[in-house]
Design a protein around this ligand. Structure first.
Ligand code: BTN
Length: 305
């Protein structure tokens, strides 16, 4: 990860090319201060001031860093979170060159999308992490409803769909120390002001964008502001342990419940099943062809009907 931070600093001319000595002399706090400094510089498309102007939150996005290009906002957020970044810090980048998707996949992040990560530090154990992801999905869906998307749906666990096509993905990562969760990084990628043709051919069939669904370009700053507000509201419900309220909102927008899916669990266990619902802990409950019930905690579900 440090290499990625160093590359960012080099690109921004914060380090010269003969850097080895230079780097050895910089301590980690200085590193993160330089990164924060770069994140306060002016950017071309996303405007931190515009986002902050009407931002109605207590703590989410109060520290906001916007970059022109980074490898991955999640990677940067993880780095900053290990160096005392405040709860609710938001990292945004206009472009990402090595963005991470779920299950070790990469994530296309051209200019025009909304690529951001939020640092939170909930005092919960691992079993509650899937719920944070579901909650984030609800926050994205509510944001899209606010900007006029008619029926955004959530495909378990965290794909936001419009008319059966994916418009947003969420990647949650825990930062741990001695087996306890220090921070959680929530990465959100929304295909906002993009055309489907901006994506590689193999992704185009299952992808949509806000611009294409709403037939117009939208204001990315406003979209981010609305999302951060929705996120804080749902994060508060999460902190108050109002899990049922979150799950109810999720179920209302579920794309998965009632469908036949191919479940692809890690370590290559694949089977067909009917989706019955989600459990209290955010797992998918499915009925297999032989009538047995399964709880799917992680993996993918490919919709078959
Ligand atoms: C998925 O595979 O559906 C999850 C995609 C998550 C992408 C976002 S974009 C912002 C953040 N930074 C990353 O590297 N990934 C997440």
């Amino acid at each position: 990860m440090e290499t990625e931070i160093i590359n960012l600093l080099k690109k921004e001319n914060k380090l010269s090319d003969n850097t080895i000595e230079e780097i050895q002399n910089i301590n980690i706090d200085d590193f993160s201060n330089i990164v924060k400094e770069i994140g306060k510089q002016e950017t071309d498309h996303i405007n931190a001031e515009e986002i902050s102007k009407d931002l109605n939150t207590e703590y989410i996005g109060k520290n906001l860093y916007v970059f022109k290009e980074v490898n991955s906002t999640n990677t940067l957020a993880r780095f900053l979170s290990m160096n005392d970044a405040e709860m609710g810090t938001v990292i945004i980048s206009e472009k990402q060159t090595k963005a991470k998707g779920r299950s070790g996949k990469s994530w296309e992040s051209p200019l025009g999308g909304v690529w951001l990560s939020i640092i939170i530090n909930p005092s919960v154990d691992y079993s509650k992490i899937p719920l944070i992801t579901l909650a984030t999905g609800v926050a994205v869906a509510k944001t899209l409803e606010k900007i006029g998307v008619e029926n955004p749906e959530i495909k378990w666990p965290n794909d936001i769909m419009i008319n059966g096509k994916k418009v947003c993905g969420i990647l949650t990562e825990a930062v741990t120390k001695l087996n306890t969760i220090e921070n959680v990084i929530i990465g959100v990628g929304i295909d906002a002001n993009l055309n489907v043709s901006d994506f590689p051919e193999e992704l185009q069939e299952g992808t949509t964008t806000l611009k294409e669904e709403l037939h117009k370009e939208g204001n990315e700053n406003k979209l981010i502001q609305l999302f951060l507000e929705e996120f804080e509201k749902i994060n508060e419900l999460f902190n108050e342990k109002e899990y049922e309220v979150i799950l109810k909102e999720w179920r209302k927008r579920s794309y998965s419940i009632g469908k036949i899916v191919e479940v692809r669990e890690p370590f290559n266990t694949y089977y067909d099943a009917y989706v019955l619902g989600i459990s209290k802990d955010g797992a998918l409950i499915v009925e297999k062809i032989d009538g047995t019930l399964e709880k799917v905690i992680s993996g993918e579900c490919i919709i078959k009907n």
